[in-house]
Write a protein that binds this ligand. Structure first.
Ligand code: NAD
Length: 113
């Protein structure tokens, strides 16, 4: 499944990790581009710890990271079957994001919050 995640904070990158671990192709978008890089580096550290503890293999870590891509705009979610919003707790901003998002996704795409 192709999954889009909006917001690369605590929740967003955690959801990305779970989805990518389970074989989904994941695109992560954040209004703050540097946050996606920071979150990805944090995820690498988390996965490295799991490898060190022998919870996952090095190959699995590589596979998980390969499943995650950075989206630079909401248009990048056009092929997603599921999109999960995980941005700041602000109804007006969330509504604005959903309104824009609907211009870029298919009619069958499931959007979760
Ligand atoms: N952290 C938790 O334990 C937790 C638990 C349950 C629910 N939630 C909910 O999940 C959501 C995300 O929480 P979090 O803790 O991950 O927050 P966070 O502050 O760690 O991350 C939010 C991210 O959203 C980004 N963002 C803000 N506006 C945006 C926009 N318009 N478009 C794209 N990205 C935008 C920010 O740059 C930030 O990186 C919130 O609604 C929160 O209430 C959080």
């Amino acid at each position: 499944m192709n999954i889009g995640i909006i917001g690369a904070g605590t929740m967003g990158i955690g959801i990305a990790q779970v989805a990518a671990t389970n074989g989904c192709k994941v695109w992560v978008y954040d209004a703050n581009a540097r946050q996606v890089e920071t979150a990805t580096l944090g995820l690498e550290k988390t996965l490295t710890k799991l490898v060190d503890k022998q919870k996952i293999s090095g190959e699995k870590m590589t596979e998980i990271l390969a499943n995650i891509s950075i989206a630079t705009e909401l248009k990048d979610f056009k092929d997603c079957e599921l999109i999960i919003e995980a941005i700041i707790e602000n109804k007006e901003i969330k509504t604005k994001v959903f309104t824009e998002l609907e211009n870029h996704v298919s009619e069958t795409c499931i959007i979760g919050s």
